[in-house]
Design a protein around this ligand. Structure first.
Ligand SMILES: [Zn+2]
Length: 466
């Protein structure tokens, strides 16, 4: 094909060009060297090259907005030239299928939706897993804009990590969430993300939500939700592929936030909860007998139902308490009983039962630090439904990536991974958006990207030194 020859002939030429430009930059580097100009020149030459090869106008929006031309770009260029062309054009692409194909061609990541044709790229093992779990894993249609956000994150992620992905899909949930699908021993490489945060119904706005942040001081505030989620879930995939070595109990990461784990055994959890509550965990004016009763009911409550709302939980506690009183032969009049119930199951910060309910993952899946910490001397909550309970060094709260980071160590790793690798999506250098001690740990594990950390900072440093 004539076009291909042109492209490959130009390839050598352009590669040389680029290295010359770089040398020239290095030779003349000074504080006033305008970075912008270099970038523009680079972009212009990419655009010219694409237009020339395609035989069309050098108009980025026109090329990117035309599915036929974009298909031609993907078939005409190879290697670094293909990467450069796609990385230059992607943010103006308007066709969803084109974006799906671009992510496949550029990163080797199969993106699927509910059409069988999109599943052809999946390996047979992945197809089997998806078919087996078709009730859980139900892919939705993407939009080009959503995939542009994913692409913008992938550009900054290590290709070796992206290679672990066996399937990317968009899930049906209306929440701002994602999921790396796996088992306790590792992940499958299948992962799903969703870019609609609860109240954002306007498709134009998705991907930019900040509702995942509980605190305005979080380092994650101002990040692009979808890009962060794309990186966060990949963090789980990376961790899972390594047998959870980064986040599992006793890993060196645990020392940073001083994680401690308690098995999900109801009696142990209740006693630990009592020890973590500031002051009296039983509310005011309770007798010793009543305290024992409250502990007993608390243990049974944890064993009973882990998927309930507070109103239901309260009902359960009340009926269990009533039965317990009856069995004990205690005679309380209805006013006394109502008062006792109120003290035991009220929403006050000193109520043991309320703390147990708020600490339970089934009820607070996103770790509500503000509620969990009310009246507590230290954090104590469950990671996931059925999982262990955790505490960590609460003094770390002043400088964190996100509240979600402290759901459990797995999430801390994923948030660290995302804050590091997705920092460039909000114009920061890698490492700049990660707390110093976690960053030091992350780099110590060899998970960093030295070039990306230093790459864009040289010029700034020169300026500052002056
Ligand atoms: Zn996660």
């Amino acid at each position: 094909m004539a076009e291909k020859e042109t492209a490959s002939a130009k390839k050598t030429e352009k590669t040389e060009d680029k290295s010359q430009t770089q040398k020239k930059d290095a030779g003349t580097t000074n504080a006033s060297m305008p970075e912008q100009a270099t970038e523009e020149t680079g972009e212009k030459s990419i655009l010219d090259r694409v237009a020339e090869t395609l035989g069309c106008d050098a108009d980025k929006k026109k090329i990117a907005g035309n599915a036929g031309l974009m298909a031609k770009v993907m078939s005409s260029f190879k290697g670094d030239e293909l990467k450069e062309a796609l990385d230059f054009l992607y943010d103006s692409v308007t066709d969803t299928d084109t974006m799906m194909e671009m992510i496949w061609v550029r990163f080797g990541v199969p993106v699927i939706d509910n059409r069988a044709s999109t599943w052809k790229k999946l390996d047979s093992k992945t197809q089997q897993i998806l078919n087996k779990n078709s009730k859980k894993l139900t892919p939705e249609k993407w939009t080009a804009k959503g995939l542009i956000e994913v692409y913008s994150a992938y550009i900054h992620l290590p290709q070796g990590n992206l290679d672990l992905i066996t399937c990317l899909m968009r899930n049906k949930s209306t929440e701002a969430s994602g999921c790396a699908y796996g088992t306790t021993s590792g992940t499958t490489g299948i992962y799903e993300i969703n870019y609609r945060s609860g109240t954002e119904k306007d498709e134009e706005k998705f991907g930019f939500g900040v509702r995942h942040n509980d605190w305005v001081t979080d380092r994650r505030v101002g990040t692009k939700l979808l890009s962060m989620t794309a990186a966060h879930e990949l963090g789980h995939v990376v961790d899972g592929a390594a047998g959870w070595k980064y986040s599992k109990k006793g890993s060196s990461m645990w020392n940073v936030s001083k994680w401690e784990e308690t098995n999900n055994d109801a009696t142990t959890v209740v006693d630990k909860m009592i020890a973590s509550i500031k002051g009296d965990p039983y509310g005011k004016n309770m007798t010793d007998d009543e305290r024992k009763l409250a502990r007993k009911v608390g243990i049974r409550f944890l064993k009973h139902d882990q998927t309930t709302d507070w109103a239901k939980a309260k009902k359960y506690i009340e009926s269990d308490l009533t039965a317990e009183l009856k069995a004990s032969g205690k005679k309380l009049n209805s006013t006394q009983q109502a008062d006792l119930l109120k003290r035991m199951s009220g929403t006050g910060s000193s109520s043991l039962l309320h703390h147990l309910w708020y600490g339970q993952a089934a009820n607070q899946s996103w770790y509500r630090h503000d509620e969990v910490m009310k009246g507590m001397s230290k954090p104590f909550h469950q990671g996931y439904d059925g999982d262990p309970w955790y505490t960590y060094d609460n003094s770390r709260w002043h400088d964190k990536i996100s509240a979600y980071q402290y759901r459990n160590p797995k999430e801390e790793f994923a948030e660290t991974y995302a804050s590091y690798h997705a920092a460039p999506t909000i114009g920061k250098k890698k490492g700049e958006n990660t707390p110093a001690d976690l960053l030091a740990w992350f780099l110590g594990e060899g998970l960093g990207d030295k070039e990306a950390e230093e790459g864009t900072s040289n010029e700034k440093e020169v300026k500052e030194n002056k």
